[in-house]
Design a protein around this ligand. Structure first.
Ligand code: TPP
Length: 367
């Protein structure tokens, strides 16, 4: 028999627990205390409100370029919720809500997006890597961290998050292969938000799912509704338990959607259909979770408003504190000092522009 089907048997499931119409699969509902559910809710709302404020600040010229996360809160918080303090979190640039949930301060993020080195400094007690801007590069770092944890015989695990575009990079494939071979305790989370800047997913790959790529590397993989925090949490919980038992990596594809622009530097109306955006807005992860909590009598309309109010106050005082701090630390012009011996002409122009801007704002040299 020269030609027979190969016995490839790995199944890839698709998981949804709370759908967009509020239907709940009771059998699959994860066991979470009311306290934990409220913690997740607050983290999602904080992520959303801070994201909205960051967009306003950018439009007012009070921060630099920023990548919004609106619509991806369930994917982010559902995953970060399974990590413990001792575990490692390895994000890319879009993971602001999850970083906050892990303990990063709003002030630090505000400083970062204003170009201050102080905002890139991570508390050594916090096991988070700085956000990675080179797409997919951080996935390899996560595998290495996992291998180190394994050699040291700790039960720490690692989570790396990235977008659909990252799966087209060589680093992604090297990372999955290496993790599988060495059984590195990593949870790979792909936030399939349908777009890599202006490139839609159907022009980027012909595989029907991203989750199926796990099978190629011999590791468990699952596709989840990324706007359903219960599904994301359950898949991440399974993956974390597996990694902690020493059974190696897992790949999770969270199917979600980037409601806003890729970054504040681009205009999605030039490449994307508004109907799609409207369709996805109806699947909003926060309204879906709010309804679930209200149905379970864990949250009330008034309770939800009170949480929102408290969050807005927290954001406001962080913005005020960060803006005051920025007047008293460092000199933004120093960013031009460390890259070149002699500045190229276009960078000299940029330096001059910043000098003029600071002078116009009466901020002198910030020093
Ligand atoms: C190695 C590398 N190539 C190109 C870029 C430019 N770039 C920035 S974000 C991006 C798209 C990323 O898309 P995806 O991985 O899906 O993440 P998303 O932004 O959608 O969260 C690209 C190509 C980069 N930062 N790094």
């Amino acid at each position: 028999m020269p030609r027979t089907p190969l016995p490839l048997t790995q199944d890839i499931d698709s998981l949804s627990i709370l759908d967009e119409h509020g239907n709940l699969d009771h059998e699959l509902e994860p066991e979470l205390s009311n306290e934990k559910l409220l913690e997740l809710y607050r983290a999602m709302v904080l992520g959303r409100k801070f994201d909205e404020r960051m967009l306003d600040l950018q439009r007012q010229g009070r921060i630099g370029t920023f990548p919004p996360t609106k619509g991806q809160e369930a994917a982010q918080i559902g995953c970060s919720a399974v990590l413990e303090k001792k575990d490692w979190f390895v994000p890319s640039f879009r993971e602001t809500p999850a970083e906050i949930h892990r303990g990063r301060s709003l002030e630090s993020i505000l400083l970062y997006y204003n170009g201050f080195n102080e905002g890139a400094r991570i508390d050594p007690k916090q096991r988070d890597l700085p956000m990675s801007i080179p797409v997919a590069s951080q996935i390899l770092h996560a595998v290495g961290l996992g291998m180190a944890a394994k050699y040291r015989k700790t039960d720490e695990i690692v989570m790396s998050i990235f977008g659909d575009g990252a799966t087209s990079e060589g680093d992604f494939h090297e990372a999955l292969n290496c993790a599988s071979v060495f059984r590195s305790p990593v949870i790979f989370v792909c936030q399939n938000n349908q777009w890599a800047i202006s490139l839609p997913i159907n022009k980027q790959m012909h595989s029907k799912t991203i989750a199926q790529k796990a099978a190629a590397y011999g590791m468990p993989g699952i596709q989840v509704d990324g706007n359903d925090i219960l599904a994301v949490y359950s898949a991440a919980r399974e993956a974390a338990d597996r990694a902690r038992r020493g059974e190696g990596p897992t790949f999770i594809e969270c199917v979600t959607y980037r409601i806003m622009m890729h970054t504040t530097a681009d205009d999605p109306s030039r490449y994307r259909m508004n109907e799609d955006v409207e369709k996805w807005k109806k699947k909003d992860p926060i309204s879906r979770f709010t309804r679930y909590l209200i149905d379970k009598n864990i949250l009330s309309e008034e309770g939800s408003k009170a949480i929102e109010k408290e969050i807005l106050t927290e954001i406001q005082s962080s913005v005020e504190y960060a803006e005051k701090t920025m007047k008293n630390i460092g000199n933004p012009l120093e960013m031009f000092d460390h890259l070149y011996d002699e500045l190229p002409p276009y960078t000299q122009t940029q330096k001059k522009e910043l000098e003029n801007l600071l002078a116009a704002r009466g901020e002198g040299n910030h020093g």
